[in-house]
Design a protein around this ligand. Structure first.
Ligand code: ATP
Length: 500
């Protein structure tokens, strides 16, 4: 139907009614009939979501078969392996039936945003030669009772119909952000989500291995603990696969995949970029490659060089450089704050500072860039305390020079309190080994205060011993706006040579 049909009808019908009235036709029955039809359509819209729901369905239908393979997903070796093993249940369904093994109905992918959960679901569809139908939890949330549930029904219907049409034996339904509809149900008041969740559970219970198409649900969330236990119990989403942030090897692999269609110079070392992008997700790494290409193109360079990649990492980590002009006094305060972080970092982890910069980026007015460290999965109490001291050192330095703090330490304090929470939950504080749900907020606040106060005092004492380094580095930083790690360490060496 042409797009303008609806508009033409809206314009034509009133004109026709006026014309009929004008030539003497009794239009009252026509108006009553029109009202009844309108009311009926409105009701259908509310209950079945014929407009939004149908639009979403059309959108889903437009998606062609999934062509993405597991080879196109970087890192995530163990998650991919686990997923492949689970998918073999779908492929080897005859053997499974022979052994009387229960059908696998749901796989839950958990992990931080942008780690490739959607990619995994698509690759799963390719691996099992299934049709792929995707939806997001938020699509099922509506003001009107029953709409979400009816959309769940439609989703399953759509998957079955597409499998039949495309002559496929399997269908994979992917639901992103499952926590939106699958959150814990609380007793008492019924929510609209509960009906949607109940419908999902009912549909899952109606999946049988002997039926074709065989349906497999893959859901993704980054808040697994929020899910209702009915959803995660055996027979429902009982395969849980963790999709974590990639390690160095994984990051290199992801960078390589996204570099395939980009002109890199021979000298580019993606291992170094992988090292520098510690803690980045797959989506952020894709963005690094993209931003590096943009920097190279803007410069008129024919190829992407290592420095473009370094600039792109800074951009993805801290945002674009801004041209905010600050006063000399403000700049000096920022320089002192950043030097506080840098000096403390160099004291506890010698050789760790790679650059101190005064140029504003994103929300920050200055920043310290650290050299990549050896990847760690376990942290000692001492390491965590040092991490807190590095975070507090900015505010401590401001106190040293100005006798007070500024609003510039907000993020640092957030970081420090997060580390304190990790310490508490890991039994590394004077609270001992505790169940965090059983400790009162007052107790937590008291412990938090004691730890941070003690570490703040300690930080101030250690920074006070480095006044000469502060003063000398401050001069260079105010003049040049950047201080390289080497220049900075020179100050340390010089001060060690000076007589005490
Ligand atoms: P969310 O939880 O926010 O929905 P997600 O985990 O589903 O995120 P995806 O949508 O799969 O993440 O990934 C987003 C984009 O990031 C992908 O299109 C891809 O470009 C890139 N990406 C993420 N992880 C990987 C990976 N392991 N290998 C290659 N590219 C990746």
């Amino acid at each position: 139907m042409p797009k303008w049909t609806k508009e033409a009808a809206i314009g034509f019908v009133p004109v026709l009614i006026i014309f009929l009235a004008f030539i003497g036709v009794d239009i009252v029955p026509i108006l009553i009939a029109a009202l009844l039809v309108g009311g009926l359509l409105f009701m259908m819209n509310m209950r079945g979501g014929i407009t939004v729901g149908a639009a979403q369905e059309r959108k889903r239908k437009k998606k062609g078969p999934s062509k993405l393979t597991f080879e196109e997903i970087g890192g995530q070796d163990s998650a991919k392996q686990e997923l492949r093993e689970a998918l073999d249940f779908l492929i080897r369904h005859e053997e499974i039936q022979k052994f009387g093994i229960r059908a696998l109905k749901g796989i839950l992918l958990t992990g931080p945003p942008g780690t490739g959960k959607t990619l995994m679901a698509k690759a799963a569809a390719h691996y099992t030669d299934s049709v792929f139908v995707a939806a997001s939890g938020s699509e099922f949330v509506e003001m009107y009772v029953g709409v979400g549930a009816s959309r769940i029904r439609d989703l399953f219907k759509d998957a079955r119909a597409r499998a039949a049409k495309e002559n496929k034996e399997n269908a994979i339904i992917f639901i992103d952000e499952i926590d939106v509809i699958g959150g814990k149900r609380e007793g008492g008041q019924q929510r609209e989500y509960d009906q949607t969740l109940n419908q999902l559970l009912t549909e899952m219970d109606g999946i049988y291995t002997s039926e074709t198409p065989r349906i497999l649900l893959i859901a993704a969330t980054n808040r697994k603990e929020m899910l209702d236990s009915a959803l995660t119990r055996p027979g429902r989403f009982d395969r849980h696969i963790q999709v974590d942030l990639p390690d160095k090897k994984g990051r290199k692999h992801i960078l390589e995949l996204h570099a395939v269609n980009k002109p890199l110079t021979q000298e580019v070392n993606l291992e170094k970029t992988a090292e520098e992008s510690y803690g980045f997700s797959g989506a952020q790494l894709e963005s690094v490659m993209n931003e590096a290409a943009i920097y190279a193109m803007r410069e008129g360079s024919a190829t992407i060089e290592q420095r473009h990649l370094s600039l792109a990492i800074d951009k993805v980590m801290m945002g674009e450089k801004t041209d905010r002009e600050s006063s000399v006094e403000e700049k000096k305060r920022v320089a002192i704050h950043e030097l506080g972080h840098a000096i403390m970092a160099e004291l506890v982890r010698p050789g760790s500072v790679s650059q101190v910069a005064l140029s504003p980026r994103g929300q920050a007015l200055g920043y310290v860039r650290h050299n990549p460290q050896q990847e760690q999965f376990l942290y000692t109490k001492r390491f965590l305390e040092e991490q807190i001291m590095i975070a507090l050192a900015g505010a401590a330095a401001e106190e040293m020079y100005y006798g007070g703090r500024s609003t510039g330490s907000r993020n640092d304090f957030e970081q420090a309190t997060n580390v304190v929470q990790t310490m508490m939950a890991s039994g590394l504080t004077s609270l001992g080994i505790v169940n965090m749900d059983m400790v009162t907020t007052e107790e937590l606040m008291r412990e938090n205060k004691v730890i941070l106060q003690e570490l703040m005092e300690h930080t101030k004492l250690r920074l006070e011993e480095q006044r000469t380094i502060f003063d000398n580095s401050l001069d260079i930083l105010m003049r040049e706006e950047v201080l390289s790690g080497e220049q900075f360490r020179c100050q340390f060496r010089d001060s060690a040579r000076l007589p005490a």
